[in-house]
Each structure stands twice: as C-alpha cells, then as structure tokens.
Design a protein around this ligand. Structure first.
Ligand code: F6R
Length: 248
C-alpha cells in the first residue's frame, strides 16, 4: 500500500472522484461495464458530490456503471433514512444516469431464512462481472473495512456479522441513541474486497489517526482487519493531514 496525504479532504475527494471518472470513461471506450464497490458513511460524501458534479456539468455518464455496496445494517428497511440504501440514493444514485438494475446493495429486508443464500448470491453476482474494478473504502475506529469487524477472516466472503460495540457507539448519534443501532449487518468479506483490482481507502480527521497508524504500520492481524490491505498490490490510503498525524 502507499499513502497520499492532502491538506484538505475536499481536494483529496476531487482527485479520487476524477480517478473513478477516468476509469468509467476508459471502460466506456472499451464497451465494458465499470464495476464499482462503494462505501457509505461520512468519508466518501465529497467524492459522491464531485461525481454528481462531473455528471451534471461535464457530461460524465454512469450508463455503463455497475455498483456493489459494501454493507447494510440488518435488519433494515430501504425507506429508513439510516439505511445505506437511502444514503446511496440521496448522495449519488438519484442524481446520475445509473441504470436502477445496475445498483446492488445488500438487502436489509431479507428474512433470516434467506439471509445466507442472499449473501452467497451477492458474492456470485460480483464474480459474474469478473470482480470489482475499483473499491472505495472508509475505515472504522475498530479497524473495520466494510463491516468486517475484528476477528474477520482473510478469505471471508459476503456474510452477516455482529457489529462491534465501538462501531455501534459511533453510529449512535445518527440513530438517536445506541439502543436504536442495529446489532447486525450484511457485509462484503475481506476476500471480496481484496479481489478488487484497485482499492482506495479514505480517512479524514484526527479521530482516525490512531487506527490508521496501526492499519498502515502495524503487523497484519485479524484484530485490525484493515491491516489485510497491506498485502494488496494496488491500494492507496488517501488521508488528510489530521488523519496522518500518528504515522511515523
Ligand atoms: C460504510 C462502511 C464502513 C465505514 C466506516 C467509516 O459503508 O463500510 O466501513 O466506511 O465505518 O465510517 P465514516 O466514513 O462515517 O467515518
């Protein structure tokens, strides 16, 4: 992996959005789908803003884009404003020309009986496109990527998981109290993510500085799943100066 450090997250986000736009256009010229793995949360918001601007002002088309989101709370209704389904439509999908049938988000409404099969099918669908061309990531204070919490296996695939307490604490304000935060989620696995041809992880602000030091400079361990990215040959950590403060 390598790191790039920017003075501002806005400047960094524009550069990441431009990389994604370039990939979309390259794939267009090749007449191929562009398969993007997408994240939610605060970190990618300005990347999506810039992609929407590129669509509206510079003619970037999403007609050949296929997306797979990393995760969704479970259980979770699509209409719930805390759902990742809602988030993605609000920040990106409602404002670009992506085909609705090309949008894939783990389904927080499947029954407990169907959950395992849903996850297997999600994984298979990603593989059917030849894997992810580009995966956008954030990082949680537990070191999670997607919702792969500490203990996640290197070769894990899409599955349901139990959220770490720290992750639920961090989500509490959005849910107006920790008791309202779901205890489970569906997430792509570490194996799913690591199969992406290109990975860009975004992290802003000093509350990410400590975990980033461990993720980038620490030994590879399932206790900090983001350390698995050290073994991926095309990963960039994009940081602002505050997030980089603990790096040696
Ligand atoms: C979200 C996801 C999570 C977040 C992480 C950081 O789809 O997969 O791993 O990226 O929890 O969240 P923020 O960006 O809100 O700090």
């Amino acid at each position: 992996i390598h790191n790039v450090i920017f003075n501002s997250s806005l400047e960094a986000s524009k550069i990441v959005a431009q990389e994604i736009a370039n990939l979309i256009q390259l794939k267009q010229e090749l007449n191929e789908p562009c398969v993007l793995g997408l994240a939610t949360g605060s970190s990618p918001i300005k990347v999506y803003e810039e992609l929407v601007r590129l669509h509206k002002e510079e003619g970037l088309s999403f007609a050949n884009v296929v997306t797979f989101n990393l995760d969704e709370y479970y259980p979770m209704d699509k209409s719930n404003i805390q759902s990742y389904f809602y988030f993605m439509h609000e920040h990106l999908f409602n404002h670009v020309d992506i085909k609705p049938e090309n949008i894939n988000i783990p389904d927080g409404t499947v029954s407990a009986n169907e959950l395992r099969q849903f996850c297997v099918d999600y994984e298979m669908k990603i593989k059917s496109y030849g894997g992810l061309d580009f995966q956008l990531l954030g990082i949680g204070r537990t070191g999670h990527i997607g919702f792969n919490e500490p203990g996640s296996h290197l070769n894990s695939g899409t599955r349901s998981i139990t959220l770490d307490h720290i992750t639920r604490v961090d989500a509490a304000s959005a849910f107006l109290g920790i008791d309202n935060v779901p205890r489970k989620a569906i997430t792509m696995g570490i194996g799913t993510i690591k199969n992406a041809k290109r990975i860009v992880l975004l992290a802003w602000g000093n509350n990410k500085a400590e975990i980033l030091q461990k993720a980038i400079e620490g030994e590879i361990t399932s206790n900090i799943p983001a350390t698995y990215l050290q073994e991926h040959n095309n990963t960039t950590f994009v940081l602002d100066s505050e997030a980089s403060l603990e790096l040696t």
